[in-house]
Design a protein around this ligand. Structure first.
Ligand SMILES: [Zn+2]
Length: 168
């Protein structure tokens, strides 16, 4: 989970009076800044842009991990029969995960990425099961409870103050 530093190249342009942009080109972060910034403003923007890109890169890295995990769970609990897209989102403040069965889309809050792996697996399994059982029916829980840490994970989520069924 280390985040390596980024090489940065600053491009100052008098034509870009207001727009500040950054893009990654061959592992170098090119930051376009207007010429009229003070040294301090410049430093502030460089720091901001670097942080933003490092965070994004970290998330993409862990998303690969998320997909692999979800595939493992798919194999183990559904014989690999599920077809879905799974990704992290950072705008889900009240929910840990959501599933849109019609679109076969699962969204996991990026806060889950920082939780213990057995809790992550529970959240993933919970959402994967919604592809088949959209509600929290008896059949739904029968499937979810095949995972031996389900109860423990539910307890964990309750303990951090967020586990009502509607939040998953
Ligand atoms: Zn649910």
């Amino acid at each position: 989970m280390e985040s390596k530093d980024l090489d940065v190249e600053i491009i100052r342009s008098s034509r870009r009076r207001k727009t500040i942009q950054a893009k990654l080109v061959d592992d170098v972060l090119k930051i376009y800044l207007p010429e009229n910034l003070t040294k301090r403003e410049e430093e502030k923007w460089i720091k901001y842009m670097k942080n933003r890109f490092l965070k994004k890169r970290e998330l993409i890295g862990s998303e690969k991990h998320l997909v692999e995990r979800a595939e493992k769970i798919n194999k183990k609990f559904f014989n690999g029969s599920l077809d879905f897209t799974i990704k992290y989102v950072s705008n889900q403040n009240k929910r840990f995960g959501s599933c849109t069965p019609e679109a076969k889309m699962i969204r996991i809050s990026d806060r889950v990425a920082k939780m213990p792996s057995w809790v992550q697996d529970y959240v993933i399994l919970h959402e994967l099961t919604h592809l088949i059982h959209p509600d929290h029916s008896k059949k739904f829980w029968e499937k979810v409870n095949e995972y031996r840490y389900s109860e423990r994970a539910k307890g964990y989520l309750i303990a951090i103050g967020m586990n009502r069924d509607e939040e998953l």
